[in-house]
Design a protein around this ligand. Sequence first.
Ligand SMILES: NC(=O)c1ccc[n+]([C@@H]2O[C@H](COP(=O)([O-])OP(=O)(O)OC[C@H]3O[C@@H](n4cnc5c(N)ncnc54)[C@H](OP(=O)(O)O)[C@@H]3O)[C@@H](O)[C@H]2O)c1
Length: 251
Amino acid sequence: MQVQSTLRSINSYLAKGEQAARDIMREVNGANVVAWQLDLADTKSICQFFYFAAEKELHYLINNAGVAICPYAMTVDGYELQFGVNHLGHFFLTFLLLDLLKHSAPSRVINVSSAVHIMGKIQFDDLSGEKDYHPVRAYAQSKLANILFTRELAKRTEALGVTAYSVDPGMVNTDITRHIRRPLVGLFKAFGFMLKNPAEGAYTTIYCTVTPENQLFTGGYYRSTCRAGQDDSTALKLWAVSCHLLGIRWR
Ligand SMILES: NC(=O)c1ccc[n+]([C@@H]2O[C@H](COP(=O)([O-])OP(=O)(O)OC[C@H]3O[C@@H](n4cnc5c(N)ncnc54)[C@H](OP(=O)(O)O)[C@@H]3O)[C@@H](O)[C@H]2O)c1
């Protein structure tokens, strides 16, 4: 049984975050971005992150990190890795940051889930996955947990000025496939032309971050359509063909 080590987040992981911070500051005038170390597979690391970050205000918490479809492994605290990182890690981080979010209200929590959640079921009698582990089922369970967490959080915090949303980014060409067996990854990448790039994949999350609150439903689940569903020229052609088939003029 593999245990996710806190070492994962030391040096190279932080260096990656620092590089991303530099890239954003180079591209966005006036941006001030700081990278902090955080291992969501380790509650001690989450506490350290909370104490070191010590921000005075927090208006948007985007719980985006995730691990997908990996072989059985456990977090440092002894939970199945996907449930532990994707749900419990973010749940604990949000819990620690809630006073700051309330103090900073209006504020929002955005949890990045996945369409795969429809295959999920919360196995309350086997949350550690020890009885019957299947990588896809465990991922689906963790992503369903993101949505259920969002709904319950929204109910508890709306009156306090903290709203919550869950999103599905769609199919995005990222490193999410790192644990998936090669033939399946090949299939995923072969359809690369249908995948969103990471910037496109961030769209729904950003939508939930910047759209005025009164135009969103707190506790709701948001997803954007695939590339084919965003093709305006096909939309126009379909409109014309439909009118032609029905013998109507609709300008
Ligand atoms: N890509 C898709 O098609 C897709 C579809 C639906 C939903 N999603 C969701 O989108 C979110 C982002 O995934 P992605 O596609 O961008 O995949 P990704 O490229 O693999 O990014 C996942 C991120 O999570 C971080 N992470 C993993 N374990 C962590 C831990 N223990 N502590 C802290 N950070 C950790 C990774 O950090 P390191 O790189 O430092 O390990 C990485 O930055 C995930 O929640 C995923 O479930 C993705």
